[in-house]
Design a protein around this ligand. Structure first.
Ligand code: GLN
Length: 555
């Protein structure tokens, strides 16, 4: 079947949940039995988001695969770190996304400029139109050729009107013109704010952002209005009138209890049928596929009890820094009938007021120590791990969180007072967490960590083994440092073991405290593979331990 393209743009403000809309549109087509893939274009000039602080653009997502990006002959860059929206796509669609599906301006310009040096465009002036736009179109087509989806969703990052996004929008205009009629659609997602002083939803910002699109030669086929409540009929009519789309092409994206409900909410409004008509695809969803997703969503809506998880971390100022962790907790919670409430704690607060550790963590049912980089807040995070070791409260450390659990254990249980990670203290006499040997030669910072999925060999009889029920799994990694195997013997003597390693036995992939308490640290990021309806075994085991513990405390 010829690939259909659905372009998704955003208007008025960023952070609208455009990624959730793009993923929901993908789900709507999957429910029609179609194969879906998703591209995200990110207008920033970074080659990939791997060097970004999560508080800039949210979490950095890690793919199963690693991509050797060759912008021009003789140049190679490793890419496995991509935009957080890919986590949303993977969770909704249960498809592993390829790193080349994330097209950044950085990659596009790099390719064109390095090819100019190689002589590809000999004699010509290199310009945004046509050279940059051609490269964008080539990248979109190369994804279609590789994965041959029935529907390829292309989300354009940023907001219409941003200077950086212009070449992408121009490429979309050209692309649509080059495709046969009836094979592309443009969906514009925009904010429809509710002004409480007036008690009214306002459509003016939407009108302006559609005008902006139109001035670039793009007429949306569908407008999706994001608001805190459903759009009433008169608001939809007004948007239709001013934005040059029929009233039945205006859809409502209200606040929901769980994001996974959005495909069903949009389907109910007729979005699936409307887009399918435009694209000549099956008008109705397959009832079995739809019912399956409804069951998945129901599990999120029908939770009986609540558990509270404290998350000390370094990037707690925005929720999106830990989005895959949040979702993995939600998936595990839904599968066990519990709602998970997260309490973010800026780890620096613990450094200022160590007495707060007990107070804040004491109230939580479990502690999740988050991933991160660099020295800020680290002593606070170590305090949190120490508290778990002393209280026996269920604890899950992810990557940096696992490394700092090991530091806390070596300091406060094994007695190596000055133990540290060389990432934080290069001069520590006890480098219990140290650079991976192969990392010593890495000079560049971008794309040089140990990335992507790697085999994890699990030891029988461990908590990790009980969680997975398997001795070999693949999980995704993103780290430069690791738990120093030279200290493993001492750790074991004191009650902490390595529960898994890489197949060579050289890299410790996880640690855990021996005995009753569920205190586990994993070097990998199990959250990246967690799916609604199929939670990560580690996260599920963590929540089960919490439930066991709280039931014991109650009885
Ligand atoms: N900073 C640590 C490392 O590089 C942990 C990384 C992480 O938490 N993803 O190994």
């Amino acid at each position: 079947m010829q690939t259909r393209y659905v372009f998704v743009t955003g208007g008025v403000v960023s952070g609208l949940g455009k990624g959730v809309v793009a993923a929901s549109i993908g789900k709507i087509f999957q429910m029609r039995g179609l194969r879906v893939d998703v591209i995200k274009a990110d207008p920033y000039l970074n080659v990939d988001p791997g060097t970004l602080n999560p508080v800039e653009h949210g979490e950095v997502f890690v793919c199963e695969d690693v991509w050797e990006f060759e912008p021009a002959p003789g140049y190679r860059f490793t890419i496995a770190e991509i935009d957080q929206d890919f986590g949303t796509y993977e969770r909704f669609l249960d498809v592993n996304m390829h790193p080349s599906n994330n097209i950044t301006s950085g990659q596009v310009y790099l390719s064109v400029i390095l090819r100019e040096r190689a002589g590809t465009y000999l004699g010509r002036t290199i310009q945004v139109i046509p050279h940059i736009t051609d490269e964008i179109k080539r990248r979109i087509r190369s994804v279609a050729e590789r994965s041959k989806p029935d529907v390829l969703i292309v989300e354009i990052g940023g907001t219409v009107g941003d200077i950086e996004a212009m070449p992408f929008l121009e490429a979309v205009r050209q692309f649509r013109l080059e495709q046969p009629p009836g094979t592309t659609a443009l969906v514009h997602v925009t904010l429809v704010p509710f002004l409480s002083t007036l008690g009214q939803l306002k459509t003016k910002p939407t009108q302006h952002s559609v005008k902006e699109l139109q001035s670039m030669g793009l007429q949306p086929d569908v407008i999706i209005g994001r608001s805190d409540r459903p759009l009433p009929e008169d608001v939809r009519r007004k948007i239709s009138l001013y934005c040059n789309v029929p009233p039945e092409a205006v859809f409502s994206d209200p606040d929901l209890e769980t994001v996974y409900e959005l495909p069903l909410v949009l389907e109910r409004q007729g979005l699936g049928t409307y887009l399918s008509k435009l694209l000549n695809l099956p008008l109705e969803p397959d009832p079995d596929r739809k019912a399956e997703w409804e069951r998945t969503v129901d599990a999120f809506l029908n939770t009986r009890e609540e558990v509270v998880i404290a998350m000390p971390g370094k990037y707690t100022m925005i929720q999106d820094s830990y989005i895959s962790i949040n979702e993995a907790l939600n998936h595990a919670g839904a599968s066990l009938g519990v709602r998970v409430r997260r309490v973010y704690i800026e780890a620096e607060d613990f450094e200022r007021e160590p007495s707060r550790v007990e107070e804040l963590l004491g109230q939580a049912d479990g502690i999740l120590l988050t991933p991160g980089f660099g020295a800020r807040g680290v002593e606070g995070m170590i305090h949190a791990a120490r508290y778990a070791l002393q209280s026996g409260k269920p604890f899950l450390g992810i990557c940096f969180g696992a490394q700092l659990l090991f530091v806390a254990f070596m300091r406060y249980v094994a007695g190596l007072e000055k133990a540290h990670s060389t990432e934080i203290d290069p001069e520590t006499p006890h480098p219990v967490v140290d650079l991976l040997p192969e990392q010593r030669k890495a000079v560049l910072k971008g794309g040089t960590m140990r990335l992507g999925a790697h085999p994890v060999k699990i030891k029988a009889g461990t908590k990790l083994h009980a969680a997975y029920g398997s001795e070999l799994v693949y999980e995704r990694f993103r780290h430069r440092y690791h738990i120093n195997p030279d200290y493993l013997k001492l750790a074991e003597e004191k009650g902490m073991i390595a529960s898994s390693t890489d197949p060579s036995g050289r890299i410790i992939n996880s640690i855990e405290v021996v005995g009753q308490s569920w205190i586990v640290g994993v070097q990998f990021h199990p959250e990246f593979k967690s799916r609604p309806g199929r939670p990560s075994p580690v996260y599920r085991a963590f929540l089960e331990a919490i439930l066991r513990e709280s039931r014991r405390n109650r009885s």
